[in-house]
Design a protein around this ligand. Sequence first.
Ligand SMILES: NC(=O)c1ccc[n+]([C@@H]2O[C@H](COP(=O)([O-])OP(=O)(O)OC[C@H]3O[C@@H](n4cnc5c(N)ncnc54)[C@H](O)[C@@H]3O)[C@@H](O)[C@H]2O)c1
Length: 250
Amino acid sequence: MTLLLEGRRAIVTGAGSGIGRETAKVCAREGARVGVLDVDRTAAERTAAEIGDAALPLVADLTDETQVEAAVAQAASAWGGVDCVIGCAGVQLAGQDDRADRLSLDVWRRTLDINLTGMFLVSKHGIRELLRNGGGTVVLVCSPTGQFGCAPGYDAYSASKAGVYGLVRVMAADYGEENIRVNGVVPGYTRTPMTEWVTPQEHDALLETIPLRRAGQPEEVAEVIAFLASDRTPYTTGAVWSADGGITAI
Ligand SMILES: NC(=O)c1ccc[n+]([C@@H]2O[C@H](COP(=O)([O-])OP(=O)(O)OC[C@H]3O[C@@H](n4cnc5c(N)ncnc54)[C@H](O)[C@@H]3O)[C@@H](O)[C@H]2O)c1
């Protein structure tokens, strides 16, 4: 059986850590060349070194269009094109995000800039490459917080993630005729540096809300992302798949 992403060329944002890092590794294991994009150069280079020859470290701040465009161009020129654009990068500004009446405009803007505008910018420049290529796939990471009010006090984060659902669906409609499929993946409570702030008590309370009664591992989310990025899902677009232990089912 051929590998899931044999011969594909994928850019993965946020690939220096957590879900993005595991996604880059799964894509490479499945035969892709992978652009390991992160704002943190050391982290991007570390993931790229773990992967080896199939990896191309790309350093860009997703809030800066010039940097995003340059990183996408770097990958496209190294490989002669791009087939898959995978948006994993995001921030949850714990200790700064808040409910609306206490939330500063700066924290709101910073969160929206990275989590939503960053997804837009990598989609914009990545999709230009896919169009040149005659098609491809986009997968963006969403969150249950964008679907339900399940994270009180994380108003900026929740709103930014709700925006990602909208972007997935409208881009699926925009690009279907041009052979570009756009899907989302919803992690649940996943053990990565993003959730290090969770206290043991909060951890136990969170597990009570999860049908599988455990936290997810980033590689469990990465497998779903790689599957949706591949040609094994040719009739799937505008879909948002959960890899969340069942949180969004109840
Ligand atoms: N961990 C969870 O429980 C969970 C749950 C639901 C959704 N998510 C989503 O999954 C995605 C990955 O989260 P994670 O848990 O792996 O987080 P993480 O903190 O481990 O990794 C996020 C990566 O994004 C990078 N990044 C941040 N700002 C950037 C920028 N401006 N430009 C480029 N890169 C930038 C960071 O350097 C980091 O390497 C995020 O979109 C997050 O919102 C995570």
